[in-house]
Write a protein that binds this ligand. Structure first.
Ligand SMILES: Nc1ncnc2c1ncn2[C@@H]1O[C@H](COP(=O)(O)OP(=O)(O)OP(=O)(O)O)[C@@H](O)[C@H]1O
Ligand SMILES: [Mg+2]
Length: 297
C-alpha cells in the first residue's frame, strides 16, 4: 500500500503541520513499506501532485484552511482516492465553530452562549460579559481575546475584524479546560489541560513545559461518564470519522463543548497521542489505526 502523507500548506498553522507530517511519516514507516512525506504549498499544487503520485491512501496532515475545511477531502472524493479522517461535510462543519455550536446546542449538548460578529454594530447588541472573542474559522488559539465590557469588546473586535471576516463572541467560561479524543466508537482517556500562566493560548500550546497535562483527568465517575457521552454525541452530531478531538470546559461539573478538531495536532507531544498512550496505544499503533480506520464501507 502506497501512503502519501500530505503536510505544509499555506495556513497560519503550517509550521505545526510540518512537524505533524514528519512525525506521522516516521511512525508509519514501522508498519508500511511505501510512505512518502509530501510538503505542499498551495491547494492546486497539492491536488495536481496527488494525482501524479497515485497513492492508495492520503494521510492528511494539514491544519487549517483547505486541508481542514473539507475542500481537499471533496477533491479526493471526486478523484476516488481514499484519505484519513472526516469527510468533507464533517470537516466543513467542524471548521465553522458557530455552525457547530448551533447544531450541537439544538441536540441538547451544552455549549456557551454565543453570537456571530461580522461588524462592530454586532458588538453593540451584546448584553453579556465577560466574553471570549475568537475567529469563527481558525485554530491554535490564533486571535483569541477576552473582554470584560463593551468598550474593550469594541476595541478588540475592531482589531480582529481587520484580520478575520467572522468572529464569535462567546460567554467566557470559567472552569477546567479539557479535551478528549474519539476514534469511531472509542473515547480515549480525557486530558485536563493546566497552563502554568494565563489561558491555553498559542504560546502555552507549543512551548515545552508551559502547560501541565493530566491524563486521565481526575474526575468523579459520574462526571467522567457525562463528559464521555457528551464528547461522543458531539463527534456523531458533526459526522466525524477516524480520529477527532473535542475540546470542552468543565464548569460546575457540566462539559461545555468549545469545538471539534477534525485535524488535531499529531506531533509526538500533541494531545491526541497523549490520550492514545493513556489508552495503551503507542504513536506507531495510533497512526496505523488511523490509516486502517474505515467506516465508509
Ligand atoms: N468561551 C470561552 N471561555 C473561556 N475560554 C475560552 C472560550 N473559548 C475559547 N477559550 C480559550 O481559547 C482556547 C482556544 O479556543 P478554541 O478551542 O475554541 O479554538 P482553537 O483556536 O480552534 O483551538 P485548537 O488549537 O484546539 O484548534 C481554548 O482552549 C480556551 O483556552
Ligand atoms: Mg481548541
Amino acid at each position: 500500500m502506497k501512503i502519501l502523507v500530505v503536510c505544509g500548506g499555506d495556513s497560519s498553522e503550517k509550521e505545526v503541520s510540518l512537524k505533524t507530517g514528519e512525525a506521522i511519516s516516521n511512525a508509519l514507516r514501522a508498519n508500511f513499506d511505501s510512505v512518502e512525506c509530501f510538503v505542499c504549498n498551495d491547494k492546486r499544487h497539492c491536488v495536481r501532485s496527488i494525482i501524479e503520485k497515485k497513492p492508495d491512501k492520503v494521510f492528511i496532515a494539514l491544519h487549517g484552511s483547505w486541508g481542514e475545511n473539507g475542500e481537499l477531502q471533496a477533491a479526493l472524493d471526486m478523484l476516488g482516492i481514499p484519505y484519513t479522517g472526516s469527510n468533507f461535510e464533517a470537516s466543513a462543519l467542524a471548521m465553522n465553530k458557530f455552525a457547530t455550536k448551533s447544531i450541537i446546542k439544538n441536540l441538547g449538548i451544552p455549549s456557551a452562549k454565543g453570537v456571530l460578529i461580522k461588524n462592530i454594530e454586532d458588538v453593540e447588541k451584546l448584553n453579556y460579559y465577560p466574553i471570549c472573542l475568537k475567529p469563527n474559522k481558525e485554530g491554535s488559539s490564533v486571535g483569541v481575546e477576552f473582554a470584560d465590557n463593551k468598550k474593550q469588546a469594541k476595541e478588540k473586535a475592531e482589531y480582529l475584524l481587520e484580520r478575520f471576516s467572522e468572529l464569535i463572541a462567546e460567554e467566557k467560561l470559567i472552569g477546567k479546560e479539557m479535551t478528549a479524543t474519539v476514534m469511531g466508537n472509542e473515547v480515549f482517556p480525557i486530558i485536563e489541560i493546566r497552563p502554568k500562566k494565563g489561558f491555553y493560548d498559542y504560546k502555552n500550546k507549543y512551548t515545552k513545559g508551559s502547560t501541565e497535562y493530566i491524563v486521565p483527568a481526575p474526575l468523579d465517575e459520574r462526571v467522567e461518564d457525562l463528559c464521555r457521552a457528551v464528547v461522543k454525541k458531539t463527534y456523531d452530531a458533526v459526522g466525524c470519522s477516524g480520529c477527532a478531538r473535542v475540546d470542552f470546559i468543565l464548569k460546575n461539573n457540566v462539559p461545555y463543548v468549545l469545538e471539534v478538531n477534525t485535524m488535531p495536532g499529531m506531533t509526538q507531544t500533541s494531545l491526541v497521542p497523549k490520550s492514545a498512550k493513556a489508552a495503551g496505544i503507542n504513536f506507531e499503533e495510533l497512526v496505523k489505526r488511523m490509516v486502517e480506520f474505515d467506516d465508509r464501507l
